[in-house]
Design a protein around this ligand. Structure first.
Ligand SMILES: *Cc1c(COP(=O)(O)O)cnc(C)c1O
Length: 391
């Protein structure tokens, strides 16, 4: 059912558009070069590399496509297993399952909601080839332990860093730990171009083949650089490059990165301060960021005491015109997760947290009045008798 658009409703998210998006789009339209890998892509790529600190970035039409490229580059297929957190977007696991590899679902750390190294270790078998780490909300997973486990078992690491552009763990940028990493520029992310993404290539051994797979299996990138005098079909591949129209919007957004991040952090900090007393009084846990993590203010969540309390808060927010939302439905118990994946041990933390988490509106264009209204509505929630007796 379509909800009537109400101007008085605070949405969950809204793109932060400046005047430059229009200017760059006009430039692309006037240039006649609308297909991929033109000057806008080059500039957006440079900015992604600068902000992420990754050795090389390749723009893709989405983070999902970048994850698929990673799976192809690691040559994963039938008989291979990849450890993936159960608490993530479907794409992380779907990209593993696409060529027939098996996503094996591990649990998350209750503190960061990112991959739990202990659970990861219990999922490893002689068939395990890789670990796809997700940094939930851009709060880094324990990469020291995960790197150590990967080294001991000779596993490749891919970071699904969809949330974490610009975030750090012990001072090192997320997206620079894995052999490969992925970013999302989907309309709901901090920096966006509607649909978009990037593959970060940290291990240079994957770079040449990554370019070929992205260009329909051809060596066109080398041709464009003048390294070969004609280009031809040399490998498997697909069309994993966005058009210059998307790159134009992305370039503008990336140029506003510092401003967007400053505005988002201001709202995040405001929620953290203003909701502390209410959280204490209702047995709610506020989003926690360990001292080692510099987060990107991608999400602000609270963990209600019970599933019933989650439903009650979401209903209260909806009734008062503030859009809150839960997040991932655990993949281990999803229909495709059961069909294509394997879950050696129940993901207890994921199953618990998914049904207690509530995300609050967070976007760079929120006014102080919007933030105050969200705080007012959320902090009017009181624990009900029904929420106390449910799990
Ligand atoms: C948004 C998201 C994706 C998918 O990103 P797209 O760019 O829409 O493909 C993948 N993984 C995580 C963790 C995400 O949040």
């Amino acid at each position: 059912m379509l909800e009537r658009v109400r101007p008085d409703v605070i949405p969950f998210t809204r793109p932060y558009i400046t005047t430059r998006e229009h200017q760059y789009l006009d430039e692309v339209l006037a240039s006649g070069h609308l297909q991929g890998d033109g000057p806008m892509t080059a500039e957006a790529t440079r900015l992604v590399e600068q902000i992420s600190g990754a050795a090389r970035a390749l723009l893709t039409p989405s983070c999902t496509h970048a994850l698929e490229m990673a799976t192809l580059l690691l040559e994963l297929g039938a008989g291979d297993e990849v450890v993936v957190p159960s608490f993530t977007f479907s794409s992380t696991a779907a990209a593993v399952a696409l060529p027939g590899a098996v996503p094996v679902f591990a649990d998350i750390d209750p503190d960061t909601l990112s991959l739990d190294p202990d659970s990861l270790e219990t999922c490893i078998t002689p068939r395990t080839r890789a670990i796809y780490v997700v940094h939930y909300g851009g709060v880094g997973a324990d990469m020291k332990r995960i790197l150590d486990i990967a080294a001991r078992h000779d596993l490749r690491i891919v970071e699904d860093n969809a949330h974490g552009l610009g975030a750090r763990w012990y001072g090192r940028a997320l997206g620079t730990f894995g052999a490969l990493a992925t970013q999302s520029f989907h309309g709901t992310k901090n920096v966006q171009c509607g649909e978009g993404g990037a593959l970060l290539v940290n291990d240079p051994a994957y770079l040449e083949r990554a370019e070929i797979i992205r260009e329909k299996g051809t060596d066109r990138s080398r041709f464009l650089r003048g390294q070969v005098d004609k280009y031809t079909w040399t490998d498997i591949g697909s069309s994993y490059l966005p058009s210059e129209l998307q790159a134009a919007v992305l370039r503008s957004q990336l140029e506003s990165f510092d401003e967007i991040q400053r505005l988002r952090h201001r709202i995040w900090n405001s929620y953290a301060e203003s909701l502390a007393v209410w959280a204490d009084s209702t047995g709610t846990r506020q989003m926690h960021v360990p001292a080692a993590a510099e987060h990107p203010a991608h999400v602000y969540y609270v963990l209600m005491s019970t599933h019933q309390a989650q439903r009650e808060l979401l209903e209260l927010m909806r009734a008062r015109g503030v859009t809150g939302t839960f997040h991932y439905i655990p993949l281990d118990s999803s229909p495709a997760g059961r069909r294509f994946g394997r879950t050696p041990y129940p993901c207890m933390v994921t199953q618990d947290i998914a049904y207690r988490l509530v995300r609050l509106p967070l976007y760079a264009g929120m006014t102080d009045a919007d933030v105050d209204r969200v705080v007012d509505v959320v902090s009017s929630y009181r624990v009900s008798p029904a929420s106390l007796v449910s799990r």
